[in-house]
Structure formats: C-alpha cells, structure tokens
Design a protein around this ligand. Structure first.
Ligand code: ADP
Length: 220
C-alpha cells in the first residue's frame, strides 16, 4: 500500500527495539526512515526499510538535512546511551515533530524524557517484566494493563462465570469485571453478548479495574 502523507515515521536507533518496531510499521504500510550512526546496521536494514541512513541523531543539522522536521512521527529507539536519547529527543522537539515516542531504560530516564516534552514514553523492559509477572504467578494467559488502573486479561473461564447467560451472571456487581470476548474450545474468538453461555474449558477476555481482574483470574 502507498502510505498517506502522515504515515511516515523516522526511527532513530536501529537496535533490537527500533528494528522490531520499524519492521512492524513497514508491514502496516508505513514509510519508515531508519537512522543509526552504525553503518553496519544501516547496511543490514537498507533493503527492508523505505530509507536507511547513517547519521548522528544528536546532530540537529544532520536531522534537518534528512527532512525529519517534516515527519509527523518519530521514535527515539536509543536506550543504552541515555545522553544520546535525551539529545535526540530534544532535537526532535526543537524541530517541531508533533508525535515523539521515546524508549527509556529506567524510570528516571523515562521521567527526564517526559519532563523534556516527549509525547509518549515507553519502558519496554519494565512493562514486559510486570506483564510476565502476572502470567507467572496466576492463571492468566495474557495480561495488558492500561493507564488509570484498568486491565484486559485472557484467562480460562472460572466456574463462577459458567452455565448461565452472561447477562444473568451479575459479574459486574459481584466481581467488578466484564466479559468482552469468548473462545469456545476448538473455535475462534467472538464477542461476548448478554446471551453468551460460557462452558468449562472456554477461554475468555475480561476487562475491569486491575485489582478486580487480577482477583477474578485467580478464581478456579
Ligand atoms: P536496543 O536495546 O533496542 O538494541 P540500544 O540502545 O542498544 O537499543 O541500541 C540503540 C541503537 O541506537 C544502536 O544501534 C546505536 O548505534 C544507535 N544510536 C545510539 N546513539 C545514536 C545516535 N546519537 N544517533 C544515531 N543512532 C544512535
């Protein structure tokens, strides 16, 4: 597909995070300008990205020459070198890029990027660590926590949810959760409705306050 004008993103740093992100953006039909100071990496990804360029992102003139100021989105995918991450983010902010995503390797690093004005800060290692903890300790098959204490969980249906239509199960008043999707054994996921009856062995998707979905997923 041909990307629209706003479906262009500059990715600065072609490490593990940056290249995984860039590959997914390419798959989604976006234009990706990959920038790294390491020529070997740029060479390696030159065929799989729209453009791949050797440049130092801490050099604002180099970024201007690449036209990065005209991009609507940019991702600072530099973690290990915190100073470079901060300088590149600051250059992008000064260039007026309206959507800047930055990866942080620690909470302190994340706070600095936020104070600087980065529009979105992600902490992939922290976030994934917390997520895996939920899978290790509980019966959850998957766990995603959003901001503001709200979560989405994939879990094997506990007995309290089985046997009656969801509309009559009073799950929201009793457990503070809502079943939004169901995957009966051997079938695909579908939306759950008030008439859906969950059976033993079904996998369900449940939403609610984090503590509520955590407690619900512990029920057997
Ligand atoms: P990951 O953990 O995702 O692999 P790293 O922080 O280890 O992330 O890698 C970041 C990448 O960013 C490296 O390939 C590095 O060469 C590149 N990089 C670091 N500083 C700059 C900079 N100033 N300009 C451009 N690329 C940079």
């Amino acid at each position: 597909p041909t990307p629209r004008g706003d479906q262009r993103v500059a990715v600065i740093g072609l490490g593990r995070f940056g290249t995984s992100l860039a590959a997914e953006l390419m798959r989604r039909g976006w234009d990706v300008l990959g920038i790294d100071e390491n020529a070997r990496l740029v060479q390696k990804y030159s065929d799989s990205l729209t453009h791949a360029v050797v440049a130092d992102g801490t050099d604002s003139e180099a970024l201007a020459q690449l036209g990065v100021d005209e991009f609507s989105s940019a991702v600072v995918a530099i973690g290990t070198d915190v100073e470079a991450s901060i300088l590149v983010t600051s250059n992008l902010l000064e260039a007026g890029v309206p959507n800047i995503w930055a990866k942080a390797i620690s909470r302190q690093h994340g706070r600095i990027l936020e104070r600087l004005g980065a529009h979105h800060v992600v902490l992939p290692e922290h976030e994934m660590g917390e997520r895996v903890a939920h899978l290790v300790t509980g019966r959850m098959l998957d766990f995603i926590e959003f901001d503001d204490d709200f979560a989405l969980v994939k879990t094997i249906a506990p007995s309290v949810v089985r046997g009656v239509p969801l509309g009559e199960s009073r799950l929201r008043s009793r457990y503070g959760v809502t079943v939004v999707g169901i995957k009966p054994m051997g079938e695909d996921f579908t939306h759950a409705t008030a008439d859906t009856v969950v059976e033993k062995g079904d996998v369900i998707i449940v939403t609610g306050k984090t503590a509520a979905v955590e407690a619900f997923a512990e029920l057997s």
